[in-house]
Design a protein. Structure first.
Lengths: 298, 441
């Protein structure tokens, strides 16, 4: 019983983190058809900015409560600044190129961002645990969990819901769906596709940075965290269907629960669990669970 | 997180110091050329130094090791080390370095480039067990003197290169860390009825757990394993593993986690009471204790993969090393720095003994050599004189809130022959034989 509860809570917690870390990747792919490897760079930038800002702030000895404001603000600054620089400075000159070429371009940007973080923050680790500790723990059937973990679950649900509502129930969202469906027709209808691209990329980058910023208090922020996340995020969105927000959510849940189940029931196979799930899903649905239907153009 | 500002200040101070040093070096070089001195005619010894300069292992290991290399090589070249290392150079020859990042997808090609294109006299480096597993056979093939200074897996000379000629490892392998950890628990009266492990899923983590669990079976035959967790290296998120550790209620938890993974585990585990419910042993904990400060829970058993850092015994050499390192880099040296210094001093001792820094002379003298490092005596006792053993120590963590300083208490020291297998015997066979022939005081 305790193990079942632990699998449920651990799985949900891990899924929330996975969703927050991968939703930006799937959003950008869905709208722009760019598999943005630089996503890992945005994640790392968010994590470093948040850890650094929280560290500076807590040195002043003021209340920890404000750090919950500092974290999203750090993500916003990191995401908007770097997202705008990358999109306006590089990507806009590359639109319309082959998808594979764009993977290489964003990979190059990722490598640059890795060095930028190293240039700014060095190779030492940054630890900003205060926000994760301050809220304390709650016992679930005698098993202590940090309240911060539940906060991350709540933020993941809120981000998912906000994206769903924006896409399906607002004018901007509906226009964006048209852009996703057909760029040429959208342009012909007078939709400013370039602006949509810029805004989408900046939002995607900010979501990546938010994933990193929210994770920072739970981890030690070190060089290389961006490379780790890109592999996980890619697996999640492939399982869910690239470009689908709902797919990312479902992919995160499947990976989260299966990993938690392996850790509790058969730990030696934990390393393999994510790939097992991915292989099983792709064997049945080669384009992922919620893949967008592609209309063939002649 | 005092490290942010302090780090920035230290970096700024370092860069201005680097400029100053570069200027001094240029000045010195110019004066050498002008004088046309005899020293300038003797070719310097060229060393390829390979450590992590990027990626997750750079901060805790690679950079402290590189810093130590710069410090010690500078002092060797200047002849400013305490005795018996107070003569300049390797047998009189100055040292030149080429630094290479170990965080590379093509480690073998990088090694070959050092040997063939850069023409180094020796390669010294390698922190990751995976790197050493790849490089040791390469070094033998290339017939190039290669000193492994840090990596832990006992497989190197027990399985990978069983008859080494050119490869040496100047630090003890991970068997020592885990045998000593098990002994420490028993010696300090820790309840060991059940124990669990959380180790990274690669050579170092797997071997560490193998040796620790085999040692526990010897020191407490009735102890049972509660759970064995092997998360991916650099996973960072250990929520499920921590729940598994909490639900299986072990008395002792063993972890050879290092770097960011260890710090993340400490943060997530201590928030959820893991360190209160179980005695946690961190075999590489020393690298993070000063940085984590109050965040590392009191009572945690801390190792340094040898008697390094805070566990190093007092000596003139150790005093010099700690002071010089702190003065130059603004932090105290941790075990990777000690192990780098130990490796360089081993080569210097060998070259000075042979009276030559040529490859064959150094190899001949380094085989079976004994020398003093900043953390005490090192003996090349295993693998036909190619693998070092040394004594080790463990301590229990205690943070002083008033002074804000971290310290290790209840330190227990172990002789080299107590925690290392004898020559000619594989680590696991030795442990399973009940530590046959171990000499413990």
């Amino acid at each position: 019983m305790l193990t079942a509860v632990a699998i449920a809570v651990d799985g949900l917690g891990f899924a929330a983190w996975l969703f927050l870390s991968s939703v930006g990747l799937t959003l950008i792919y869905g709208v722009m058809r760019i598999l943005n490897i630089a996503h890992g760079g945005f994640y790392a930038l968010g994590a470093y900015t948040a850890a650094w800002a929280v560290g500076l702030y807590t040195q002043t000895g003021s209340t920890i409560a404000l750090t919950y404001l500092i974290i999203p603000l750090a993500a916003l600054v990191a995401g908007v600044v770097s997202g705008l620089l990358v999109e306006r400075g590089i990507l806009r000159f590359m639109y319309g190129r082959d998808e594979v070429l764009m993977v290489l371009v964003t990979y190059a940007i990722f490598l640059i961002l890795e060095d930028v973080t190293k240039l700014i923050w060095g190779t030492d680790s940054y630890v900003s645990y205060q926000p994760a500790y301050w809220l304390g723990t709650i016992d679930v059937f005698g098993l202590p969990y940090t309240v911060y973990k539940f906060l991350i679950i709540a933020v993941a649900i809120a981000v998912g819901a906000a994206l769903y509502v924006t896409l399906n129930h607002t004018r901007v969202g509906k226009l964006l769906l048209v852009v996703i469906e057909d760029r040429e027709v959208s342009k012909a209808l007078g939709i400013n596709v370039t602006l949509f691209f810029t805004v989408t990329f900046v939002i995607g980058a900010t979501l990546g940075a938010l994933g990193g910023a929210l994770t920072a208090p739970e981890i030690s922020v070190v060089p290389g965290i961006g490379a780790e996340i890109i592999v996980m995020a890619f697996a999640v969105i492939v399982i869910g269907g690239m470009g689908s927000i709902g797919g990312a959510m479902l992919g995160a849940l499947i990976v989260g629960f299966s990993r938690a189940a392996f850790v509790h029931l058969y730990p030696p196979a934990e390393l393999f669990s994510i790939y097992l799930v991915m292989a099983a899903v792709l064997a049945v649905k080669p384009y992922g669970l919620f893949a967008l239907a592609e209309s063939r153009k002649i | 997180m005092a490290s942010a500002n302090k780090g920035a200040r230290a970096r700024a101070a370092r860069s201005s110091r680097n400029i100053l040093m570069a200027a001094t070096a240029l000045g010195l070089a110019a004066s050498f050329v002008a004088a046309g001195s005899a020293q300038a005619q003797e070719e310097p010894v060229k060393i390829g130094l390979v450590t992590f300069l990027s990626g997750g292992a750079a901060g805790p290991f690679g950079v402290p090791a590189r810093n130590a290399a710069e410090l010690v090589i500078g002092a060797i070249n200047a002849g400013s080390l305490p005795a018996p290392y107070d003569s300049a150079g390797f047998a009189g020859r100055q040292i030149e370095t080429i630094f290479v990042d170990e965080n590379s997808k093509q480690k073998n090609a990088d090694f070959q480039k050092l040997v063939e294109k850069d023409g180094v006299d020796m390669v010294l480096g390698y922190i990751s067990s995976s790197s050493c597993k790849a490089i040791a056979p390469e070094a033998e093939k290339a017939e190039k003197l290669t000193i492994l200074f840090d990596c832990g897996t006992p497989q190197i000379f027990e399985e990978i290169v069983t008859d080494p000629k050119y490869t040496f490892r100047t630090g003890a392998h991970a068997t020592m860390d885990n045998v000593a950890a098990a002994r420490y628990l028993v010696d300090t009266g820790v309840k060991t009825g059940s124990y669990a492990g959380i180790n990274q899923n690669y050579a170092f983590g797997q071997d560490s757990w193998r040796d620790f669990s085999a040692s526990m079976a010897q020191v407490d035959g009735e102890a049972t394993i509660a759970t064995e967790q092997f998360p991916k290296i650099y996973a960072g998120q250990y929520g499920s593993e921590i729940s598994a550790l909490l639900t299986s209620k072990p008395d002792v938890i063993h972890s050879s986690f290092w770097g960011g993974d260890m710090e993340a585990f400490v943060i997530q585990g201590s928030a959820r009471g893991v360190f209160e419910r179980s005695k946690v042993v961190l075999t590489t904990g020393e690298t993070a204790m000063h940085r984590l400060g109050a965040q590392m829970p009191d009572g945690t058993v801390i190792g340094a993969r040898g008697p390094h850092g805070d566990l190093a015994p007092e000596s003139d050499l150790n005093d010099w090393f700690r002071k010089a390192y702190f003065d130059r880099f603004g932090t105290l040296p941790t075990y990777p720095s000690y192990k780098m210094a130990q490796a360089l001093l081993g080569v210097k001792a060998a070259a000075d003994k042979a009276g030559s820094a040529d490859q064959d002379a150094v190899i001949g003298a380094l085989k079976g050599l004994e020398w003093e490092g900043p953390s005490g005596k090192v003996s090349m006792a295993l693998a036909n004189g190619h693998q070092a053993i040394q004594g080790t120590a463990y301590g229990t963590y205690k943070f002083d809130k008033e002074t804000g300083k971290a310290a290790l208490v209840d330190v227990v020291r172990y002789d080299a022959e107590c925690v290392n297998p004898p020559a000619g015997m594989n680590s696991i066979d030795w442990i399973e034989s009940g530590f046959e022939g171990a000499k413990c005081e």
